[in-house]
Every structure is written in structure tokens, then in C-alpha cells.
Design a protein around this ligand. Structure first.
Ligand SMILES: Nc1ncnc2c1ncn2[C@@H]1O[C@H](COP(=O)(O)OP(=O)(O)OP(=O)(O)O)[C@@H](O)[C@H]1O
Ligand SMILES: [Mg+2]
Length: 261
């Protein structure tokens, strides 16, 4: 196994609902080795998104991290200064969300929104930024980058928007991308293409990917490791092939029962 890029240790998250305390994440542990794709799978409400958001301390204020450590490049993200964390967000770690229409601002063009990231995290001048935007859009398989850069999010198809979102996520060479259901609103053919793109980018750009999805079928195709979540706990994790061929937990068997290989 490669060196570990991200380690989540005994992470517990709770929410206070009136006088009741509800446990959303119950001492979860997860290892994400460098240059790997790790699938985080589980049913709706199992805590996948909460886990992804907790890594960057982006949880809504009602949610509290009670315990645990999130070690990224040998630092505990739960302990470092906010200014340092803000440097890591969007630079060393970037996130891709399920619905790019929500993640992109509807009133700015795609090019403008990718440029914002470049302005924030690089010293490129205007001309260099324009060139970089076109090369990023080209890298994610967009055929005419110039037009797309000038388009508003709603002018693109779902698949194109998702690619543009990935272009934005890789704009400043992150080490880790957390992708939360990146393809669940796309049809099966487009899903497969986006997955291929992730594999290609991992190898070309030396990326590490935490792929959050309810789709164990997709994970079985592209991820090196898989962690299975149920009701706020990671019930099983390991090398994808081993988990799929020899699941230890009833819950994993149930998830596997629903998919076709
Ligand atoms: N802001 C919040 N306030 C109260 N409960 C919350 C909040 N955010 C999440 N939860 C609860 O935490 C649990 C885990 O939610 P989470 O969104 O992490 O699940 P998920 O695995 O991503 O589900 P899905 O597959 O539907 O996206 C759910 O029971 C959810 O209702
Ligand atoms: Mg979710």
C-alpha cells in the first residue's frame, strides 16, 4: 500500500435535536492511500456526505465533531488554524458535489468560476489564467473549450457541467479530491465516461480520490479500496476485490446482492 495521504481516526459527529443527541458518525476510521481511489459506499443517510464534509470542517453549524482526528499530510485538520485550513480547502483538497448546478453560481460563466480558483490559489497572470482554463477544459474531454468557458452553467448538458466541475476541482493541482455522488444524476453511459476520466486523471495528475457513492457497482469497477458505511459506522473496509469477493458483513452482502457485475 502507498503512503497514507488521509487518515480519519475515531471520528464522531453528533447533532442536537431538542434535548436529544443523535449520533451521525460513530467512531469511524478510514485510510486513504496516496494515488488510490477509495470508494465510500452505503445507503441513504448512512453518513457518507457528513464524512466528506467533516474532512474540511464544512459541516453545518448544528453538527458537532465530538471526537477524533483527521490527518492529512501529517497534520490534524481538526486542530490547525482556520487560515491554514482555508489554504487547504480548494487547493490541496478539493470537493466535487453531486449537483454541479448548485455548486456553480448561475450568474457567472464557467470560465469566470474556474478563474476565481486560479486567482485565489495561484500567481498566474490574466493571460496565463485564460490559457490554463482552456487547457483544463480540454483535459477533461470538453471538445470546444473556448465556447464552454464563455457559457453559463445552465447552458451546458449535465455531462458537460460535471466535466467543467472536475476541471475546476483539478485547477490548482490538488492532492486529494473528495467527490460526493459525482455521477448520480447522469445516465449510465455518461457515468462510465466520467469514471474513465477519473482513472485517467489519477494516473496523469497523480491524484488521490475519495469517491462517495451509494453505487457499489461503480466502486467495484474503479476503486482500489472500499469502505462500507451503515448507520454512521464503517462496517467493513479493505481492498475492493477482496471485499466484493468475500464480504464479511451482512450489510455488505445485502448491498452486493443489489448489483449486477
Ligand atoms: N444539518 C443536519 N442536521 C440534522 N441531521 C443531519 C444534518 N445533516 C445530516 N444529517 C443526518 O445525518 C445522517 C447522515 O446524513 P448524510 O447526508 O451524511 O448521509 P449520506 O450517506 O450522504 O446519504 P445520501 O446517500 O442520501 O446522500 C442522516 O440521518 C441525516 O438526516
Ligand atoms: Mg450524501
Amino acid at each position: 500500500m502507498n503512503e497514507t495521504l488521509l487518515t480519519i481516526k475515531d471520528l464522531s459527529v453528533t447533532v442536537h435535536d431538542g434535548s436529544e443527541k443523535k449520533i451521525l458518525l460513530n467512531r469511524i476510521c478510514l485510510d486513504v492511500p496516496s494515488l488510490s481511489i477509495v470508494g465510500l459506499v452505503g445507503g441513504s443517510g448512512s453518513g457518507k456526505t457528513t464524512t466528506g464534509l467533516a474532512v474540511l470542517k464544512l459541516l453545518s453549524p448544528a453538527l458537532k465533531i465530538d471526537d477524533g482526528e483527521i490527518i492529512f499530510q501529517n497534520e490534524n485538520l481538526l486542530k490547525i488554524a482556520l487560515s491554514k485550513l482555508q489554504q487547504i480547502r480548494g487547493k490541496a483538497i478539493s470537493m466535487i458535489f453531486q449537483e454541479p448546478l448548485q455548486a456553480f453560481n448561475p450568474v457567472f460563466t464557467i470560465g469566470y468560476q474556474i478563474e476565481e480558483v486560479l486567482v485565489m490559489h495561484t500567481t498566474l497572470n490574466t493571460k496565463q489564467r485564460k490559457e490554463k482554463i482552456l487547457s483544463l477544459l480540454d483535459k477533461v474531454g470538453i471538445k470546444d473549450p473556448k465556447r464552454v468557458a464563455g457559457n453559463y452553467p445552465h447552458q451546458l448538458s449535465g455531462g458537460m457541467r460535471q466535466r467543467a466541475m472536475i476541471a475546476q476541482a483539478i485547477a490548482v493541482d490538488p492532492r486529494l479530491i473528495i467527490a460526493d455522488e459525482p455521477t448520480s444524476n447522469l445516465d449510465v453511459t455518461l457515468q462510465a465516461r466520467i469514471m474513465e476520466l477519473f482513472l485517467q486523471l489519477r494516473d496523469e495528475l497523480k491524484l488521490t480520490l475519495l469517491l462517495i457513492t451509494h453505487d457499489l457497482g461503480m466502486v467495484s469497477h474503479i476503486s482500489d479500496r472500499v469502505a462500507v458505511m451503515n448507520q454512521g459506522q464503517i462496517v467493513e473496509q479493505g481492498i475492493t476485490k477482496e471485499v466484493i469477493e468475500n464480504p464479511q458483513q451482512e450489510y455488505t452482502k445485502k448491498l452486493l446482492g443489489n448489483i449486477k457485475f
